[in-house]
Design a protein around this ligand. Structure first.
Ligand code: C2E
Ligand code: MG
Ligand code: MG
Ligand code: MG
Length: 283
């Protein structure tokens, strides 16, 4: 019995595996042409300073309008990472986000744009120079660019990450740790990095009023980050009660559906205009 069961589980697994390999290679094929066909777009999600309700930044989130329909970055970024396509995608994202940041400076002075970095791109040779070139080319102040890196990306090679982060810090860009709380980093390690901001992962934030552990973890991350002199942004804020919980504990910034969903650049500006005349909504 056990043997038969093992075999059928195996063949089920095997066919699922085959299916997912077939799907990945189809996506890989589509992905190769996507940059040339201009199928990527950046959406922007507002980042709000809780104390004042002011808009302080925008996270750039990639969207792929493929011939198969919209494909989520959670699906195609891992494939791009395995196939070497991630580096040209990262270049495109950085250039597009900085061009947008430059354009917004006249209307939204000082707004900072945050870009997600894959562990692989972050480690590409000469990455720091690439960032410098993009800033020069787009005429954006380093102060208006934030780079988001995950704990896992840092911990993969701690020494090298330290070196790269230090150079990026010297360049003057802001550094944020994304999805904080889901990896295995220790705060004592992080203390050594020139990190400006921890982004509390949305999995904790989304259940703030249902799960006492998540509330305790969130509160602990905020106070530990503050003890290290690091700012905190909470992602995945969907409810007013969550926003108030965070604000009460001194969390500096937040982003989430409560404020706005990620949106195309043109909609972002329309949202800003509407919010400008209704900014009390957020407090
Ligand atoms: P992330 O950087 O942690 O981004 C946050 C994700 O949460 C985004 O999903 C965003 O749309 C979503 N989100 C924002 N507010 C809420 C909320 O209130 N509730 C819920 N349920 N979700 C919310 P998205 O855009 O699908 O991106 C998923 C992930 O893909 C990102 O997670 C990031 O790791 C990666 N990604 C996105 N754009 C890029 C990119 O340009 N380059 C790289 N390397 N990765 C990217
Ligand atoms: Mg992010
Ligand atoms: Mg995140
Ligand atoms: Mg993430």
């Amino acid at each position: 019995h056990a043997k038969n069961k093992g075999r059928s589980t195996y063949s089920l697994f095997n066919s699922q595996l085959k299916q997912s390999i077939a799907e990945s290679s189809r996506l890989e094929h589509l992905l190769r042409a996507a940059l040339e066909k201009n199928e990527f777009e950046l959406y922007y999600q507002p980042q709000i300073e809780l104390e004042t309700g002011r808009l302080v930044g925008a996270e750039a989130l990639i969207r792929w309008h493929s011939s198969d329909g919209m494909i989520s970055p959670d699906r195609f970024i891992p494939i791009a990472e395995k196939t070497g396509l991630i580096d040209p995608i990262t270049d495109w994202v950085m250039t597009t986000a900085c061009t947008q940041a430059r354009e917004w400076q006249n209307i939204l002075p000082g707004i900072r744009v945050a870009v997600n970095l894959s562990a692989i791109s972050f480690r590409q040779v000469d990455f720091v120079n690439k960032v410098r070139e993009v800033l020069e080319f787009t005429q954006v102040s380093p102060d208006c660019l934030e780079l988001e890196i995950t704990e896992t990306a840092i911990m993969a090679d701690f020494k090298e990450a330290e070196r790269i982060l230090n150079s990026l810090d010297e360049l003057g860009v802001h550094l944020a740790i994304d999805d904080f709380g889901t990896g295995y980093s220790s705060l004592s390690y992080l203390k050594r990095f020139p990190v400006d901001k921890l982004k509390i992962d949305k999995s904790f934030v989304m259940k703030l009023d249902q799960n006492q552990d998540d509330a305790a973890i969130t509160a602990a991350i905020i106070s530990m980050a503050h003890a290290m002199g690091t700012k905190v942004l909470a992602e995945g804020v969907e409810e007013k009660t969550h926003m108030l919980f965070l604000k009460e504990r001194g969390c500096e910034e937040a982003q989430g559906y409560f404020f706005a969903r990620p949106m195309p650049a043109a909609d972002f500006l329309v949202w800003c205009e509407q919010e400008g005349s209704a900014s009390n909504l957020r407090n």
